[in-house]
Write a protein that binds this ligand. Sequence first.
Ligand code: OSB
Ligand code: MG
Length: 371
Amino acid sequence: MRLERLRIFEVRLHLVHSFQTSSHRKSGLTHLLVAATDADGRTGWGEIASPADPYYCSETTETAFDIAIDYLVPRALDTEWETPAELEASWAKIRGHEFAKAGFSGAAWDLYARTTETPLAAALGGTRSEVVAGVSLGIEPTIDDLLVQVQHQVDAGYRRVKLKIAPGWDTEPVAAVRAAHPGLDLHVDANGAYPDDDASAKVFTTLDDAELTMIEQPYAPRDFVAHSRLQSRIGTPVCLDESVVDVHDLHTMIAMKAGRVLNIKVSRMGGLTVAREAHDVATDAGIPVWCGGMHEFGVGRAANVAISSLPGFTLPSDVSGSDKYYARDVITPPVIAHDGVVTVPTGPGIGHEVDMHWVEQNTLRGFDSSD
Ligand code: OSB
Ligand code: MG
C-alpha cells in the first residue's frame, strides 16, 4: 500500500496533577498526533510524545515537528509498503529522533492492523487479554503530600507504584512509603540524576534494604559502566530506561550486565517494531521487561497497552488509565484501568477512535501534506 495523506496535529492537554521529575515540573503536555491515510481513505493514528524540553532525551516537540515534516513525511509518502517494518526502513538512515519516528511507526501499525481487521495487540504477537498497570508518582513538596498521592493510587486499585527520586529526595520518602505500605510492589526511578560517586553508592546501598522491585536509571544514560558496577554490588535489580534507545544498547546492557530489568518505551525506541525486537532480545536473555510511559495521550497509551500484551512483559507497565493524568483524552473511550488492570481492546487497530472533532478544534499547529 501507499500513504496518500499525512497530517500532524499539535495538541496540548492539562495534567490533572502536576508532575515533577528530577529535572523539572510540568502542568500540561503538548504532543503531536500523526494521522496516516491510505488510498481507501482509511486512517491510522500515532503519537509523538516527545517532551517539550531536551531533559529526558535530546528531542523536543520542535525538533520532532521539524524532522517529521522535513524527513519523515516525504519518505513515508514515497514508499510502497506492506508491513510497518517496510515503511520504517524508509527512514532507517535518519539517525536518532526516536520519538518522531515512533509517532509514524504507530500510525503505520494502527493502519496496518485496521486494514487487516486485527487488533493491534494481536498484530504485534500479543497473547494477554489484560495488562497489569502501575502508576508513576512525581516528586512532591513534602513526604506527607507523597503519602497522600500513594494512598490515592492504592485506593484506586493500582498494585505497583513507582516513585521518582533525585539527590535529596530518596531514602527518606522511600522509607516513609515503605513503612505505610509494607507489601506494595514499589520501585524508584532516578532519570539518571545521580553522579557516579560514593555518596550516590551509599544512597543505593540504603535503598537496597527497602525491598524495591527495581532501581530505574540511577546514572547518566551513556554510563553503562557505572550501572554495571552498581548492579554487581546491590541485590535490587537495576532497570535501564534512558540508556537503551535501540537494540544495540540492549546488547551492550546484556553483555556488560548493566541491569537485570528493561523498561521498554515505544517512544524512546523509535516505535513498535523496535520495541517488539527489544522484547524478543530481552526475553531470550532472561531479562523481564515492562512498558514505560511518557504520559502519552490515548493514541500512544493504547499502543503501549498493545505492546504490553506480549508474553515477556511480565512486570506491571506504566499504562495507567487516561484519568490518572488527563480529565479528557483525545480518544473515545479513554483507556480505563479497573483494579489496576487494563483490558486489551479487541477492535481493529488501537481499538479506540480519535475524537476528530475535538482534536481539530484544539489543534495549536497543524500540518497537512494535502495542502
Ligand atoms: O522515566 O519513566 C520515566 C515521564 C516523563 C519522562 C520520563 C518518565 C516519565 C514517567 C511517566 O515516569 C509514566 C507514565 O507515562 O505513566
Ligand atoms: Mg524512567
